[in-house]
Design a protein around this ligand. Structure first.
Ligand code: ADP
Length: 317
């Protein structure tokens, strides 16, 4: 009999929890608020209650569940099962989440970075099926990645592998990055940098559709995307520049790892070809010939279920 697993995707606002079959189907899902400001114990208690609710509603017990996996948006010690820190979830510093859940439910529990989980999900059941060498990137508030090399998830010497957003594109005087350094890919090309570019154009006196569409409210990457789709040349240009930056960053990664596929997900990637076309073009132009010809760039397939599906796979990887 195939056993079920629980996948949990912790985000800054909500925690998604799902019962996932060993062939990647979600048979139950729910979400609970993170409320990080209440302290991590509060969130952990919410998660425990959500696991009890899941078991009750799906009529399963601990012995029917092979494992529990957590995807966490930050630095995680996979071997120890500890969340080291999460920039957008204050208070989660050195939290032994695996042990806390195991002592309550007596089910083996693992934790890893959320984008690594998404990469595992896409590799097994999404846009990465059949790949041996794969890079899954997410473009949202930041740029994260999960790396699969020779069929295996790469974690690195101190669990910090995959920080593609912090590839340096400029030596001196680059834009300031959230990591504390300057000139990182993420500081040139992410949700906030799209907004910053849009605001610069407005300050410079450009008349744009996104200014009208925001109607005095905040400009978001989504609004800039809608303006681009409506034909606004400035908005299109912003996505072209963003795609080019990501393409140039990816050219270095492709030269280094020679992957078959790059999967692009995250909210900003919902802009589709506005971002992907310049990304692909720059990558092909700037990567070395053999690696550049081999790699295929595709959109993510699992959307916001990649995290829970991938987390459910941690128990075996
Ligand atoms: P986070 O990195 O915070 O988890 P997401 O990956 O969900 O975030 O991305 C959120 C961002 O994606 C927001 O800035 C939002 O404006 C942007 N976004 C959502 N849909 C689109 C779209 N169709 N085109 C461009 N940006 C989008």
């Amino acid at each position: 009999m195939t056993k079920n697993r629980i996948g949990i995707d912790v985000g800054g606002t909500n925690v998604k929890i799902a019962l996932v079959t060993s062939d990647g189907k979600i048979t139950y899902s729910n979400s609970v608020p993170t409320r990080a400001e209440m302290g991590y114990e509060y969130t952990v208690n919410n998660i425990k209650q959500a696991i009890y609710d899941l078991m009750k509603e799906t009529k399963t017990s601990s012995k029917d569940i092979q494992g529990i996996g957590f995807g966490f948006p930050g630095q995680v010690d996979y071997k120890a099962g500890v969340v080291r820190n999460a920039p957008n979830i204050p208070g989660w510093v050195d939290v032994p989440i695996a042990q806390m859940i195991e002592s309550e439910f007596h089910i083996p529990t693992r934790v890893d970075n959320d984008v690594r989980c998404a990469a595992l999900g896409e590799l097994n059941f999404g846009a990465g099926k059949g790949c041996e060498n794969l890079i899954c990137i997410t473009v949202g508030t930041g740029i994260g990645s999960g790396l699969i090399v020779n069929g295996k998830l790469v974690r690195g010497a101190s669990n910090a592998a995959g920080e593609i957003g912090h590839i340096k594109l400029q030596i001196h005087d680059g834009p300031i990055c959230g990591c504390g350094d300057t000139g990182c890919l993420e500081a040139f090309a992410s949700g906030p940098s799209i907004v910053a570019m849009a605001e610069e154009y407005i300050k410079g006196g450009k008349s744009t559709k996104f200014r009208e569409m925001a109607n005095g409210g905040a400009i978001t990457p989504y609004i800039v995307c809608e303006a681009a789709k409506a034909g606004d040349p400035v908005a299109k240009r912003i996505f072209t520049i963003t795609g080019e930056y990501i393409g140039i960053g990816m050219a270095s990664v492709v030269n280094l790892l020679n992957p078959e596929r790059i999967i692009v997900g995250g909210g900003v990637a919902d802009s589709g070809d506005l971002l992907l076309a310049p990304l692909k073009e720059t990558l092909k132009k700037r990567a070395m010939k053999s690696a550049g010809e081999t790699v295929e760039v595709v959109p993510a397939q699992l959307g916001n279920t990649a995290g829970v599906i991938g987390a459910s796979l941690l128990i075996e990887s």
